[in-house]
Design a protein around this ligand. Structure first.
Ligand SMILES: [Cu+2]
Length: 178
């Protein structure tokens, strides 16, 4: 019985490896950590024909509204996370959905964190892709999901006046699930 189970496990891993090498990514994740290196949640990215749906599930953050962006570099060096660069902006636009010259591809809606420090979020964007291309988050230096201490005003270029960076996670291709 044990041997049979083991074989099944190996088969599953092999088929996952095979499909990864032949299919473009349709799903990605980012493990979010705060400035102390504590895990504070996960971001999931799912690509469909028309865009990418971003889901966040977080804990241990301060209650209230927080800006959420995809930043241009897949590097999260605590405590300031400035290593993640500015907002992901392959189209060279200005910041914010209320900005006439906006928005950055990485601009996402604010997320509400409840009194207990948890928050959930779902947003859809057609500004970025997971598959290769000019708007792919998997460009040469990768990309990161950043949650800010403050609120995005959706207008102030280039940051949305969202304050320091509270959490950061490198966007990583997920193993495809069959
Ligand atoms: Cu940001």
């Amino acid at each position: 019985m044990f041997v049979k189970l083991l074989c099944a496990t190996i088969l599953v891993s092999l088929s996952a490896a095979c499909s990864m090498s032949t299919q473009p990514a349709s799903q990605a994740t980012a493990e979010l950590k705060d400035k102390d290196g504590k895990a504070v949640g996960i971001a999931t990215f799912r690509e469909s024909g028309s865009g990418v749906t971003v889901n966040l599930d977080v804990k241990g953050l301060t209650p209230g509204l927080h800006a959420v962006h995809v930043h241009a570099v897949g590097k999260c060096e605590a405590p300031a996370f400035t290593s993640a660069g500015g907002h992901f902006n392959p189209a060279q636009k200005k910041h914010g959905h209320k900005n006439a010259e906006g928005a950055h591809a990485g601009d996402l809606p604010n997320m509400l964190v409840a009194k207990d420090g948890t928050g959930r979020f779902e947003a859809f964007t057609d500004g970025m892709t997971l598959k290769p291309g000019v708007t792919s988050v998997f460009d040469k230096d990768g990309s990161a999901l950043v949650i800010h201490v403050g609120v995005d005003d959706y207008a102030t270029d280039p940051t949305g006046n969202a304050g320091d960076r509270a959490a950061c996670g490198i966007i990583t291709m997920a193993q495809s699930r069959m």
